[in-house]
Design a protein around this ligand. Structure first.
Ligand code: PFF
Length: 448
């Protein structure tokens, strides 16, 4: 049998997992969600959720993947010895596929904004003109489709080249670049007049805004940001070498994820306050508010190019992981060559992404429950599919898989984290399923 691909170096492994984790979720989603949910208090809850719930789930997914050494759908069957558990794998693959479609559209907007920044298109516009310009771009239909198509082709090119030669090599360059840009932007932020106000908003907690919903929002954001609940870490776990310490990898990427989210908040909020913009302005923060800020800031054009390159790099290292989950499944289950599997999966995701673009045009009849497809897919995945995926994974690991298998694989046969396992296992088996279920039922209004 052909040897299964693995990631090469430790740095490469962390770069690839980090590449999936750090994405639009940190740079586009986290700042506005933190803004809407009370800033620093939200961040504290987010960090607690990350440590208590997300890290154990990430380790669980790695463990299932590395024990099984197959794609995420087959992994659940292999580890449990029962076919019916494949369902969790299918749900994950469907979630990854759906996210990939709308994620590519937003990344495509990022490409448009790189172009606009380079030619200085919005540098002389006021906020009304910037909004009109953005609306006109969306309304053409074909321009977002063009950028989205380019983005999906670039993603497919990297995935099609292979796990180590394509995905790992690309991430090893893209991740340090991203980090560098973010640090430059955060340092520049310190020089802005609104720095103190922005930093206070992000770092000084106000618990009066915290409700049960805030915790669910923090959990949803944490799962999305750490790429959990959809088989990504199962698939990547299957590429982690047998002797490697998975606790180290999970810990490093989780810390990096939170740091980058906070850093991007530090890069964005001082600017928001310096220019008198409302921090709770929602998903438009990046595409409407930031251009407005760059247009007024000293050296704004350079920062604008840097920011949208950062957004693009963050997006592509994540979309590669989303596509890889689908490709690993098509490649192994339908016995197609990796490149063919990539072309098939990429074409499917592009089809759905194009529908998202078309549904955003004015007067489009493509909508579900009153939402355009992009918004519908975003809500359906982050509020339902991802939390359900996360819940099923912990139930599976705690109640179906033997404790012995979990211990052996997670601790790399007793070499790493033996004491930590004793702490984490009861969380996986009892605490986390209850927390997710309660938050979820609360959202569905069961306790009202
Ligand atoms: N974690 C990525 C982010 O924060 O943008 C997005 C993402 C990647 C979500 C992979 C889900 C996923 F499966």
């Amino acid at each position: 049998m052909k040897k299964r691909s693995t990631f090469g170096s430790t740095f490469g492994t962390v770069a690839v997992v980090g590449g999936s984790v750090i994405g639009l979720g940190n740079i586009w989603r986290f700042p506005y969600i933190a803004g809407e949910n009370g800033g620093a208090a939200f961040i504290l809850i987010y960090i607690c959720v990350a440590l208590l719930i997300s890290v154990p789930i990430m380790l669980t997914e790695f463990t299932i993947g590395r024990a099984a050494q197959v794609n995420s759908m087959r992994a659940y069957q292999k580890v449990s010895g029962r076919r019916r558990w494949q369902g969790i794998g299918y749900l994950g693959i469907a979630t990854a596929f759906t996210i990939l479609s709308f994620y590519s559209v937003i990344a495509g907007w990022g490409l448009e904004f790189i172009k606009e920044s380079v030619i200085g298109e919005f540098m002389s516009m006021d906020s009304g003109q910037i909004k009109a310009n953005f609306d006109a771009f969306i309304a053409t239909g074909w321009r977002p489709i063009l950028w989205t198509t380019l983005f999906v082709i670039a993603t497919a090119f990297i995935v099609g080249t292979g796990v180590e030669k394509g995905i790992e090599r690309f991430n090893k360059y893209a991740m340090p670049l991203m980090f560098l840009i973010l640090v430059i932007m955060a340092v520049n932020s310190v020089t802005l007049s609104g720095f103190q106000e922005g930093a206070t908003f992000l770092l000084k907690p106000d618990f009066s805004k915290v409700t049960v919903r805030t915790v669910l929002t923090a959990m949803g954001q944490s799962f999305f940001s750490l790429s959990l609940g959809m088989g990504i870490m199962v698939t990547y776990g299957s590429y982690i070498r047998k002797g490697r310490n998975m606790f180290g990898i999970a810990g490093t990427v989780t810390i990096a994820d939170s740091c980058i989210a906070i850093l991007s908040g530090l890069a964005i909020f001082p600017a928001v306050f310096s220019f008198g913009i409302n921090p709770t302005s929602g998903p438009d923060l990046v595409f409407l508010t930031l251009p407005n800020i760059f247009a007024q800031m000293a050296g704004g054009q350079i920062f604008s190019v840097m920011f949208f390159v950062l957004l693009f790099a963050a997006a592509i290292t994540s979309s590669v992981s989303l596509l890889e989950v689908v490709v690993a499944w098509v490649h192994e289950e339908f016995k197609l060559k990796r490149r063919v599997a990539t072309a098939v999966a990429g074409a499917g995701a592009l089809g759905l992404a194009i529908l998202c673009c078309l549904s955003q045009m004015t007067g489009s009849s493509l909508s579900i429950g009153g939402l355009d497809l992009l918004n519908f897919f975003d809500k359906a995945t982050s509020l339902y599919m991802i939390p359900i995926g996360g819940l099923l994974v912990v139930i599976f690991a705690g109640w179906v898989v033997s404790k012995n298998l979990m211990r052996k694989e997670m601790t790399t046969h007793g070499r790493y984290g033996v004491e930590l396992f004793k702490l984490i296992y009861p969380l996986i088996k009892f605490v986390i399923p209850v927390i997710i279920a309660v938050l979820f039922l609360n959202e569905l209004g069961v306790f009202k």
